[in-house]
Design a protein around this ligand. Structure first.
Ligand code: GLA
Length: 382
């Protein structure tokens, strides 16, 4: 849902109408966690939750940004001097994207921006990637750069890596740019080839956010990435994509316990993604269930990115659904959300179980969303 008077608000703030809107979605990852930066496979889908940016080109080199979520807080920076971090955390994402576009040699012009978003924040549904891709869509259209959605996604990832200091992979930005309604996207993160996989009509995607406040996420995230790269080095492969379990076991004695465990997760997760893609095509709930359960356990025991709240939610939902659903944590871990695949009639079982057991065990309220797979980046001129 876009805020009703979004366009009027733009006009009120800037005293002229917007010329276009760029919209990019958040995502939920069905399976394939922490495999993207190891050149592996992922199977996310874009969600029908969007970050929308109204914009109008200015006649100077200034970028002025307002957000409906932070009324009274405005960020402003110049494009013709070095772009550095500002005081506004959300404003820094816009700076980050402008910074990498400029670094790439693109000629940018000033813009007035107004942001609105219904992507749940801090829940691991990629609100930051949605913002980066939407901003990329603004500059691409406003400055007639003719970049592909894939390039916009890659620049969004660079913005995150080089300006925001999170060494994330390409999954979130690429599915936000190229997601397809009613489909998940199998991404080969080595070649960036994608295949849209239809989500069966009778399958629901239920997302339950633990609402646990995520802390130290970036430092833990970056450390996992270093462990994976060390493990790949010790097996003499360019990335964990090129390793298998035999190679891992042969190199075990040269590895730290953590390097071994992280690599074990990634290698096994890659094959789970390919099997889950087949299971989704076949609408095979039993297979999806087995693979998503194994993925969660591997994230808990080998990659060590789950917390009691997300483990607890998975357990609560697995018990409620029994054989009728597949459940795992999703996203960057250390809190955030879990994802359940189930038949429509079983959504109420999840709702009932979460409200009966989660708060009483963890003293936090969970939030539940029924997700719909939506389209990626869209820019509409008025
Ligand atoms: C975050 C990152 C992604 C990916 C996931 C884990 O969402 O932004 O690149 O690594 O974590 O799968």
């Amino acid at each position: 849902m876009v805020t009703d008077n979004f366009c009027e608000l733009f006009e009120e703030i800037y005293q002229h109408p917007a010329q276009a809107m760029s919209a990019a979605p958040g995502r939920v990852n069905l399976i394939g966690e922490f495999t993207d930066y190891n050149n592996g496979f992922v199977l996310p889908c874009a969600l029908e939750f969007y970050t929308r940016i109204l914009y109008r080109k200015r006649n100077d080199n200034k970028v002025v940004v307002h957000s409906l979520h932070y009324p009274g807080e405005c960020d402003e920076f110049a494009l013709d001097t070095e772009i550095t971090r500002g005081d506004s955390q959300w404003g820094n994402y816009i700076r980050a994207v402008a910074y990498v576009f400029k670094r790439q040699g693109h000629q940018l012009s000033g813009v007035d921006l107004l942001i609105d978003s219904n992507v749940p924040q801090g829940s691991g549904l990629s609100s930051s990637a949605a913002l980066e891709v939407a901003v990329g869509g603004v500059f691409n259209q406003a400055c007639q750069l003719n970049l592909s959605n894939e390039t916009i996604a890659l620049l969004g990832q660079e913005a995150e890596n080089d300006f925001m200091d999170c060494q994330c992979g390409i999954m979130d930005q690429l599915v936000s740019a190229n997601g397809k309604k009613a489909h998940a996207l199998l991404i080969d993160c080595q070649s960036l080839a994608t295949e849209a996989i239809g989500i069966p009509d009778d399958l629901s995607i239920v997302i339950v956010n633990s609402n646990y406040p995520r802390k130290l996420v970036d430092s833990e995230y970056n450390q996992r990435r270093i462990d994976c790269e060390q493990a790949a080095n010790k097996m003499s492969v360019a990335s964990l994509r090129d390793a298998d379990i035999d190679m891992l076991d042969n190199a075990r004695s040269s590895m730290t316990e953590n390097e071994y465990k992280r690599a074990h997760h990634v290698i096994t997760e890659n094959s789970r993604v390919l099997n889950a893609t087949q299971a989704l095509k076949n609408n095979d709930m039993q297979m999806l269930r087995a693979l998503m359960t194994a993925s969660h356990l591997s994230l808990r025991d080998d990659f060590e990115v789950t917390i009691p709240e997300t483990d607890g939610l998975v357990e609560i939902c697995q018990t409620a659904l029994g054989n009728a659903g597949a459940v795992r944590m999703t996203g960057g871990g250390f809190g955030g959300a879990i994802v359940c695949l189930c038949r429509h009639d079983d959504i109420d079982k999840i709702k009932a179980a979460v409200s009966a057991h989660y708060f009483s065990r963890f003293n936090i309220q969970a939030s539940l969303y029924v997700g719909k797979a939506g389209n990626g980046l869209q820019v509409t001129e008025f």
